[in-house]
Design a protein around this ligand. Sequence first.
Ligand SMILES: [Ca+2]
Ligand SMILES: [Ca+2]
Ligand SMILES: [Ca+2]
Length: 210
Amino acid sequence: MRKLGPLALVATLLLVPVDSASAKTKVDAFAAKYHLKGTWKAKDADKDGLKNLKEFKLGTDPRKADSDKDGLKDGDEVTSGNNPRKADTDGDRVKDGAEHAGVVTAFDGTSITIREFATGKKLKATLDTDCTPALAEDETADDSGFDDDDSVDVTEDDELGGFFQGEEEEEEDVDPNADASTCTDDELEKGVVLQSAELEDDYLVDYTLA
Ligand SMILES: [Ca+2]
Ligand SMILES: [Ca+2]
Ligand SMILES: [Ca+2]
């Protein structure tokens, strides 16, 4: 470690109280700017989920619940990992409030709980990992009366017979689980789908953001 000369050592020691004074001045200036008095540090003046001192540290407005006007309260921005001072944190041209309606508070691999920012209510859902692919289209084509070489040789009776034969086989091929599945192709690729979801209690969902 490089030795400090006498003057450098004195200067270093002097920096400590100077920095502390500077920080105190900034806090006082912050309090004065936003008219915060008394035990203001532990209070949440704008009810956005962040205490005033936290807003000072983050550089957000303690008098505005949504400092960057992106539709998300400052506290919800922190909870969801977004920047409360930037309207479009991930830079995808969609404001944070438009793509973060809530946050996952629990997920055990089967059930998932999401807290909605707008209402504070919790949405619980289970994942369906038993998606059943839809039946392949017209698997009975070979029984439709056409020969394997694609030549057409169909009498009226054959056509009717083939039609009914195909219809019967199609009924036999119906998977009893197919109708119960709500899986889409995209969901099938992922292998899971939200099977059911319900709110903790009855209320009307209102996504209007303040
Ligand atoms: Ca606040
Ligand atoms: Ca705020
Ligand atoms: Ca933001």
